[in-house]
Write a protein that binds this ligand. Sequence first.
Ligand SMILES: *Cc1c(COP(=O)(O)O)cnc(C)c1O
Length: 713
Amino acid sequence: MTLMSMHEKLWEMANNLWWSWHPEVNNLFAEIDPIRWSQLDHNPVLLLREFQPEQLEKRAKELVLHSRVNWAYRRWQEYMASTKTWGGTHAGVLGQRPVAYFSAEFGLHESLPIYSGGLGILAGDHLKSASDLGIPLVAVGLFYTQGYFKQSLSPDGWQQEAYTQVEIPTLPLEAAHDKQGQELRISVSTRGGTIYARVWRVNVGRVRLYLLDANVPENSDEDRHLTARLYGGDQRTRIRQEVLLGIGGVRALAALGIQPAVIHMNEGHSAFAGLEVIRARIKEDEVKFDDALRDAANGCVFTTHTPVPAGHDRFNNDLIEEHLGPMRDELQLSHDALMSLGRVQPQDHGEAFCMTVLAFKLSRRANAVSALHGIVSRRMWASLWPWRSDDEIPIGHITNGVHVPTWLAPQMRMLYDRVLPSNWSQRTSDPQMWADFDSVSPGELWETHTTLKNGLITYVRSRQAIVARKNNLPEHVVEELGNVLDPRVLTIGFARRFAPYKRAGLILNKLELLSELINDPERPIQLVFSGKAHPADEPGKRILQEIIHISRDSRFKGKIVFLENYDISRARHLVQGVDVWLNNPRRPLEASGTSGQKVVLNGGLNCSILDGWWAEAYDGSNGFAIGTGRTHVNSDIQDRRDADDLYRVLKEEVIPLYYDRDRDDLPQAWIKRMKRTITTLGWRFNADRMVMDYVRETYVPAAGGLSCETKVR
Ligand SMILES: *Cc1c(COP(=O)(O)O)cnc(C)c1O
């Protein structure tokens, strides 16, 4: 082996996102230049570009980094080469033909802005766990050159959106090449012309993620911007993006010589992939459409993610004919036959084409993302199978989980290292393993939590000061803003997308009551909010503005704080440092929710409506429930009731428990609940368990289904 320089080793590690879930590598980058590291969005490619190799060598010598870099590099090489994995034993049938995981967004790290919220983070966590477990899986998505927007606020608290073009060389992207060694180009024809895309490759541990990018000279000016923004533009932009993702994605894999055994559609955005599989099958084997459809559906898995109508794309006749016309010619389908694949009532000419319906019709296996969401989805889509009763509707559920190494605070990880079995990180889905956490000393757990909470407050203060300076506020205001929040006060976090059903403003329902809680002289509370509203979501923006206005009210100043520009980095700080995580969606609209699961790992307590994952997680002693799960057809009444229940649980349960201290100022009963949350929930709501479920319940059967059919033929 030739000797590699420090620069080369760090550079290689920077080009595989594996570094992002290994704090020891993270720290190496941070130590090279802590200030630049935080200014550069924790992007090691950008950081390393600022150093000449000799300069870096010198810096490494000063900081005595050599042996740590060598050690990290060796660990990474071992990880990449390891064959003794869970997937090696349990996903063998997949063999050389991987699962292809399709998603419109991937939330892997704050420096790669191709995600907007929970769906993307979930996809990112799925890839990381698939890599850790050694599952043969490749992923397909779109590369958005402007990503999702950066959020700031007008003086009046109205959300402002800014888009910046990312420079390719500043990201861990490599151009993908075809079998002839040429830079890969794929294309999809429409009635109005052809859309071209190039393909980038991102390394996520052992998993390769391919991102299609329409910004190529072959495209019209309009199409060069097609993939500029995630969830931007109108219906036409949306269908063109989805044609590229689904059809273009399958073509990209074929051009790369990858023949997936299973297609996993993460949400309906990528459902056109199934049509391309059918088309290829017909072309290859000259089978009839119906036979090709049955065959393709055997190998397709679909995960539906929301009961909220806006989450289900619908396209009219003209858009479908323009973009799927050439496809239906090859499939030899009439326009109406194609449309009927996207309709609940195939003969209803007034019904638009729905991507979710298409996905259900093209997949033999489909699942919702929590037990409750399973029930809701079976009811919601029952008319697709009119001859079946509700419990026979073929939609199962696999509850979402989060990637432990990504969301666990380094300080908490050290505690895990001390009290859990030494191989704990390979056994996160094992309840027995987590049971050991019960033996942690209360003082030690509380001290770790307090350190993390102080870290969060310091972070929020510095962000407030930075924003205030940027807005040219007078220095005394900057100082005041840099002093918000009190580390001794019970701190409640609320951060997620500002979709109205999530009801960010619920706790503001009765300001008098809230003021009493916040300004209680003995047992006060304080709130940190964060989150973006979709640019077209006026009601969401109004909720955000209301929170800003209230946070400036003299009763709440410094005690209700809004942290701008919610992203993965801010999420990490929040989920690791809060005492309580508040989640109050309008049941049953939160299909799963995952941010509360990140909080669990770090010892924070969830206070949540019994919706999504919390409906199956809460057992009376591992967090707090708002209400009992009952709903009302009138949403105003439901909101009012839920707000009352929220105040009640805060006043009667959360606050007394938090401030009940022993002689050493330890809240013993609270700490017991922290332990309960980790021991009862850690093993269930993590992404390793989730990916294992997908492998056993969907990937392996789907792959088997395909190979069986092949044998019969
Ligand atoms: C986890 C996460 C989400 C999802 O939050 P929910 O409460 O599940 O909606 C959204 N955005 C970011 C940045 C996250 O880290």
